[in-house]
Design a protein around this ligand. Structure first.
Ligand code: SME
Length: 169
């Protein structure tokens, strides 16, 4: 277990993600408590990227998504699938990039400062697209067009790490 994080803030976004992913794996090694590990992962993400305004995990409980560990302003505690970007990502089992949240039909505004967003599903360990969704990883930015295919690529890798942490698999 290594509860340290080394991120060079002068790196590019892709370089930061590449430096971060192995550190996230080390960060959760040796600790079995899921909440502790998810809390540290979202903290590491928030610390690493200046354009992250809010980052957190919602857990699927029944047909709802319930707020888990997060970093940023207080947020909606519960949303129902398939409502909002989170609900759509959980329902369709795909990552959704929203360049402008105000142009997304049904977007749920937890904060009016949120302008763009990316949400990736977290699957059961054996999951991927055929598996069950156990939650979503939601990242918001306070500027438009903050997320692209490289965020999708690496945040889906973060979701794979998250899927290993739950005891629901
Ligand atoms: N905007 C999200 C709601 C969650 S918050 O942004 C933290 C949505 O529409 O799913």
């Amino acid at each position: 277990m290594s509860e340290n994080l080394y991120i060079n803030h002068s790196l590019s976004k892709e370089e930061k993600y590449k430096a971060l992913i192995p550190q996230l794996i080390s960060l959760v090694e040796g600790e079995e408590n899921m909440i502790a590990n998810v809390a540290n992962i979202v903290a590491a993400l928030k610390f690493s990227f200046d354009y992250y305004f809010w980052v957190g995990v919602y857990f699927k409980i029944g047909n709802d998504l319930v707020l888990g560990p997060f970093q940023g302003p207080v947020a909606c505690t519960r949303m129902t699938i398939p409502n909002g970007v989170c609900g759509q990502a959980a329902d369709k089992k795909v990552t959704i990039i929203v360049p402008d949240v105000n142009a997304f039909p049904g977007h749920i505004a937890c904060s009016t400062d949120s302008k763009s967003e990316i949400v990736s599903p977290v699957f059961t360990k054996r999951g991927k697209n055929g598996g069950n969704v156990i939650g979503v990883l939601d990242v918001d930015s306070d500027t438009l067009n903050s997320f692209d295919e490289s965020d999708k690529l690496y945040l889906e890798q973060v979701c794979s790490i998250l899927s290993q942490l739950t005891d629901k698999n």
